[in-house]
Write a protein that binds this ligand. Sequence first.
Ligand SMILES: [Zn+2]
Length: 151
Amino acid sequence: MSKYGVIVCPKCGLAKGVEANKKTTSCQCGREIVLARTKLMFLSDSPLELAESVAKANAALRGGKDLPRERRSKSKDPYASIAERAKVIKDPIERMRVIARGLSELKTEFTIEDVRKVTSVLGKDAPEDIIARLQEHNLIYETGDGTYRSI
Ligand SMILES: [Zn+2]
């Protein structure tokens, strides 16, 4: 059986290293914790490993609240954000124009594949239709072989 483990205080939510054979331990917040009723994590025989585990557990517990915000800003896909902007627009031509403008800002010139990346998130309008309708309305022009730019 491992000598040490990590517990999370049910009162203050902080991780703490304990000797696994002890019956109780008291947290720095003053709470007396009965080990038999608490889940021991990161079981180990090494005090050094235990200290690392406590630090890691506390970092994870603290970081847990900030994680969603970080994740959102990091994984913000430019195509998804164009789709988000376009999504709220009811008028289809206006919606397509916003997509074309977003892609032009992003890449200067865009292809039907870029449009597809937006429409796959958006779930509306076929990319072929978007290109055709926008050309029809003179809202984009073809800059080369299969590349477009918004007016
Ligand atoms: Zn506590």
